[in-house]
Design a binder for this molecule. Sequence first.
Ligand SMILES: Nc1ncnc2c1ncn2[C@@H]1O[C@H](COP(=O)(O)OP(=O)(O)O)[C@@H](O)[C@H]1O
Ligand SMILES: [Mg+2]
Length: 167
Amino acid sequence: MPVLDPYSFECLSHSEEQTQRLGARLGVLLPAHAIVALIGTLGAGKTQFARGIGAGWGAQQPLRSPSFTLVQEHRRDRDQRVLYHIDLFRIENRDGLQSFGLQEILEDENSVSIIEWADRAPDLLADEALLVKFELTSESKRHMTYSTRSASTWQILLAFRKSAFGV
Ligand SMILES: Nc1ncnc2c1ncn2[C@@H]1O[C@H](COP(=O)(O)OP(=O)(O)O)[C@@H](O)[C@H]1O
Ligand SMILES: [Mg+2]
């Protein structure tokens, strides 16, 4: 039985733009080695949120749906750090995960990683991962649950909540 993450909060996004703005608020706060795990069905808004994160973090190019490439590498001008945008939609089993080296990417302490369909690699998600779960409540509304098992990542989430919602 999955243990409920001890640190979590929820919100509602009313539009694609709002989801992107929320992503951007989070993106500016992400430290090196942050791992953002996005969970939700097709069309839930994972890529829109990732796009916002990339913009807030400072990626040179807009993030796009990486479904056909598994991983896309982005850089920012400020310090040449790397952001990996990963999509596990096409990963079918453990062998697939190993062959593309996700573990090595996630161990890179200088880089931020965003993983769409992160629930397909539960074993690789450290406690420090920041989870965002998306649920469709109507055509334009998405229920989002932010959570983590780590006290230090929770501080990032609290700063994000303050920045995005003022509380
Ligand atoms: N509140 C919302 N947040 C995010 N996307 C939304 C929202 N309302 C409608 N949408 C639409 O849902 C789709 C989400 O697509 P995408 O982000 O690619 O999903 P995923 O990556 O989860 O498969 C887009 O077509 C977007 O316009
Ligand atoms: Mg996507």
